[in-house]
Design a binder for this molecule. Structure first.
Ligand SMILES: C[S@@+](CC[C@H](N)C(=O)[O-])C[C@H]1O[C@@H](n2cnc3c(N)ncnc32)[C@H](O)[C@@H]1O
Length: 233
């Protein structure tokens, strides 16, 4: 079956996705004022956030292990993964809320393709903005960033990333942040809720003196039920 094939393809690896600034703003409830500081996006993937936020006055850095690959390869992978992810969502349309994308999977695909193009152009023009590294170890000093964003790695891939990895990654993101760390979504790629994992992590962080809260997105909910982000600091 087509859907079984898609599921196997998606579950077998990390998708190289390409969310836009508009999606980051909605997922993380970002204000204009928050787009003015030094911001880390980890994982950056093929998102155009780091590139687009600069136009608002932010100084951005994106981190991802895939930045070891040449721009041309990343472009091809990101476009193919965008189409796979889009086909998956469209084939399981009931698991998603399409309002943000005007109710139309084609709008979602178009937005992500535009983000890939912007990402690749910026990667070529400003390679220093894109750092090849990976959680749970980041090549930055303590409190380097005013704001740290992490979208669609932690929790999304909880089927293969263990709780201890999540904790180490969150501690590392908190280490390099002088302000907040915002993580979204808090459900798995399958849509499964992860309440036990979220509560365990919050208790562990609390024990290490790191406060956390669950905060709603700015009306963004694509995966059904993914209405909250985890905020540290
Ligand atoms: C689904 S994409 C999310 C990209 C982007 N944040 C977005 O929302 O479009 C997941 C990304 O996590 C990256 N990744 C995998 N392992 C990682 C690690 N240990 N540290 C940082 N990023 C990692 C993958 O290379 C991939 O680009």
């Amino acid at each position: 079956m087509v859907t079984d094939r898609l599921e196997n393809e998606i579950v077998g690896e990390y998708l190289l996705t390409a969310r836009s600034l508009a999606e980051y703003r909605a997922m993380f409830a970002l204000t204009d004022a928050e787009l003015s500081g030094h911001i880390l996006d980890c994982p950056g993937g093929a998102a155009s956030f780091a590139c687009e936020a600069v136009e608002f006055g932010a100084r951005t850095v994106a981190v991802d292990p895939v930045y070891a690959q040449p721009a041309g390869e990343l472009r091809e992978t990101a476009l193919a993964d965008t189409d796979r992810g889009n086909a998956w969502s469209a084939a399981h349309t009931g698991d998603y809320l399409w309002d943000f994308y005007d109710g139309d999977p084609a709008v979602h695909r178009q937005m992500r393709h535009r983000a890939v193009r912007r990402f690749v152009a910026d990667l070529v023009a400003c390679p220093q903005r894109y750092v090849e590294a990976g959680l749970p170890s980041l090549p930055f000093p303590d409190k380097e960033f005013d704001l740290v964003l992490s979208s669609h790695l932690l929790f999304t891939y909880a089927d293969r990333l263990k709780p201890d990895f999540h904790l180490a990654a969150l501690l590392e993101l908190a280490r390099v942040s002088a302000g907040e760390v915002r993580v979204y979504p808090l459900v798995e790629h399958s849509g499964a809720e992860l309440t036990d994992l979220v509560e365990w992590l919050r208790a562990e962080l609390d024990g290490k003196g790191i406060r956390s809260e669950l905060r709603p997105t700015a009306f963004y909910e694509f995966q059904r039920g993914a209405r909250d982000m985890l905020v540290l600091g």
